[in-house]
Design a binder for this molecule. Structure first.
Ligand code: FES
Length: 181
């Protein structure tokens, strides 16, 4: 027997080749669809995220600080310093509320009971307990906030209203709560 000059082609049918190709196409299509879907979901997520941006909520500007009898005479109360940025100072004749913002560049001074003053750690400004600046670069006293008595008898601090000594505002109603009990 002689070998044929034109051997039979490999037995891979054309339809089978077409089927593999179709399968590959469908698989590629599925992957593309999945990728598109994920991208779409991601886009929607980003859009929703954009509708609800990160918001830092400030603490309320007005708050009750408790009853006057809870404050020892002569005390500088630091219970509201971290949350509200104030010191509540109790004198024999009443209360005033100091801002914890240094009037130099805005750092937070520390209350030093042994030295009876506030001392700013940033550039060394010092303030006596009334808030008056006595040393360092701070150009003016600490600010005071409005303090009154709420209907239920608690001390009410309102940071929306502030009083500046250099403007003669420490004598205004609301800058001091008279309380002698
Ligand atoms: S910020 Fe307080 S001394 Fe500068």
């Amino acid at each position: 027997m002689t070998e044929s000059k034109n051997p039979e082609p490999e037995l891979v049918s054309a339809p089978l080749r077409g089927e593999v190709s179709r399968r590959g196409f469908l698989s590629t299509l599925a992957m593309a669809w999945t990728a598109f879907s994920l991208a779409a979901v991601g886009g929607v997520g980003a859009a929703v995220r954009f509708l609800f941006p990160n918001v830092l909520y400030d603490p309320p500007q007005e708050f009750k600080a408790g009853f006057p009898s809870e404050f020892a005479k002569g005390s500088v109360d630091e219970r509201f310093t971290a949350a509200y940025g104030v010191w509540i100072v109790r004198e024999d004749g009443g209360f005033f509320v100091l801002s914890t913002v240094c009037t130099h560049l805005g750092c937070t001074p520390n209350w030093l009971p042994a030295e009876d003053k506030f001392k700013c750690p940033c550039h060394g400004s010092g303030f006596i307990r009334t808030g008056i600046n006595i040393e360092g670069p701070a150009p003016r006293p600490l600010e005071r906030y409005k303090v009154t008595l709420a209907e239920d008898g608690q001390i009410l601090v309102d940071k929306n209203t502030k009083y500046q000594e250099e403007k003669g505002q420490w004598g205004l109603d609301g800058s001091y709560l008279t309380w002698t009990a």
